[in-house]
Design a protein around this ligand. Structure first.
Ligand code: EPU
Length: 426
């Protein structure tokens, strides 16, 4: 196993190019199951999670070839309908094959994912929605065994809470159902609009893109896809926070500022100058801050898009640990997403957990000190990297395979910004 060494205390500067979004790539790869033929996806990040997903696709008889950042996927010889526990347990998003396999083959057997480091994360909405479409789902031996004779039947599906992969799974199921499906209180994250664009390009009829009400008029079959993955808004947000946390300045490129409305407002509220073009975001300190930079404390509360993303909560907490006052960070999406707190405390952060909120007493920009810490999940890990970059001295982050699930070329990109960071065998 490898660990990440960070020699902190150097302001980051420069420009970093953002990769394609992990959480868009996974459902778009799954959607290639819907129609036989050769599909092309562009801007696909090369991550542990995309590789795991492609392994799952290979298990189903789907071949792929990488050409630069594009993936050519041939799903003509689809010959399986099972997502085994060995793959699902390492990546919950494997459940995304459920909808498209049912649409194409009328059957699917997918392992129940179980809990994970950030919460219980059930898939009851996915199952409820499929049953509404006429699918019979049996839960046996740790698997969802689902089947339907003939096409699914359009229906009305209501989500108690907007679910990102739930909306994606049911979209992929409903596009080839007989009749019209209406989804209410659907998630409207940018990754869902990306999936809708791909499905529409394949011949699907979907209304309501970027809203919480989706109307899907089923079509008997779909054609092949040619679609680019949107930029990774969470990766972009992570680098912006890292630049600011180290007292540095810089620009993220090849991103979409419209996908990060809440983070950019929160950075502005903290006193940072944020400038946007169509595809870049720059952060810099106000002129009079030279020599005595300080960050204002800003409360955040995680919410479905366009609210503040839960996937940037841990990183913002690392940032607020370096602010000048006290703020409250509230997590409303996942019940156990404060695993980074104990690790940040080891670096000197002043954080107290109170139910679903954390009270963060900022220590000032150079207020953290390097320490050995442990990565617990993907986003928690990136908050430790940010804290390590800002802290004085050396931070050693173990279990960095979590980071490799979602950040493409992390070490190279940080080095390009002037960070002193490298991997070592544990
Ligand atoms: N929920 C249920 N039942 C369900 C589905 C969801 O109760 O059947 C609850 C969840 O427990 C949670 C809330 O609904 O409280 C929202 O969860 P959601 O279903 O939206 O999460 P997800 O689809 O499993 C995706 C991302 C996560 C991201 C969340 C929230 C992918 C592959 N994963 O998960 O990304 O945190 O949406 O935005 O898109 C990450 O990239 O690190 C990551 C965890």
């Amino acid at each position: 196993m490898e660990k990440l060494i960070v020699e902190g205390g150097r302001p980051l500067h420069g420009t970093v190019r953002i990769s394609g979004a992990k959480n868009a790539a996974l459902p778009l790869i799954a959607a290639t199951l819907l129609a036989p033929g050769q599909h092309r996806l562009g801007n696909v990040p090369d991550l542990r999670d995309t590789r795991t997903f492609l392994k799952l696709m290979e298990n189903l008889g789907v071949r792929h070839e990488r050409q630069g950042d594009a993936l050519l996927i041939d799903s003509t010889n689809l010959n399986g309908s099972e997502a085994p526990y060995e793959l699902v347990k390492t990546m919950r998003a494997s459940v995304l094959v459920l909808g498209p396999l049912l649409a194409r083959l009328g059957r699917a057997k997918v392992s129940l994912p179980g809990g994970c480091a950030i919460g219980a994360r059930p898939i009851n909405f996915h199952i409820m929605g499929l049953e509404k479409l006429g699918v019979t789902c049996r839960l046996e031996h740790g698997y969802v065994d689902a089947e339907i004779a003939g096409r699914m039947q359009g229906s009305t599906i209501y989500f108690d809470i907007p679910s990102v992969t739930g909306t994606e799974n049911l979209l992929m199921a409903a596009v080839m159902a007989e009749g019209t499906t209406i989804m209410k209180n659907a998630a409207r994250e940018p990754e869902i609009a990306n999936l809708i664009d791909m499905l529409t390009g394949m011949g699907a009829d979907i209304e309501g893109r970027n809203t919480d009400k989706l109307t899907i008029r089923g079509v008997p079959q779909l054609g092949t896809a040619d679609c680019d993955i949107i930029p990774d808004r969470i990766e972009a947000g992570t680098y912006l926070i890292a630049l600011v946390a180290t007292g540095g300045e810089g620009t993220v490129t090849h991103c979409n500022p419209a996908h990060l409305p809440s983070l950019l407002e929160k950075l502005r509220a903290a006193g940072i100058i944020v400038e946007e073009t169509e595809t870049t975001i720059s952060v810099r300190w106000p002129k009079d801050a030279a020599g005595q930079k300080s960050l204002k404390s800003v409360d955040i509360k995680t919410m479905p898009f366009p609210g503040y993303p839960t996937d940037l909560q841990a990183q913002f907490m690392a940032l607020m640990s370096l602010s000048s006052d006290i703020c409250v960070i509230t997590e409303t999406i996942f019940e156990n997403r404060f695993m980074h707190v104990a690790e940040l405390q080891r670096m000197g952060a002043g954080i107290r957990i109170d139910g679903h909120s954390c009270v963060v007493s900022g220590r000032g920009l150079q207020g953290l000190s390097g320490a050995p810490v442990m990565a617990t999940d993907l986003r928690a890990s990136s908050s430790l990297v940010i804290a390590g970059l800002a802290a004085t001295g050396r931070t050693e982050i173990s279990r960095i395979y979590h980071l490799e699930r979602g950040y493409e070329n992390l070490v190279e990109k940080l080095t390009g910004l002037g960070a002193s960071v490298w991997k070592e065998e544990e």
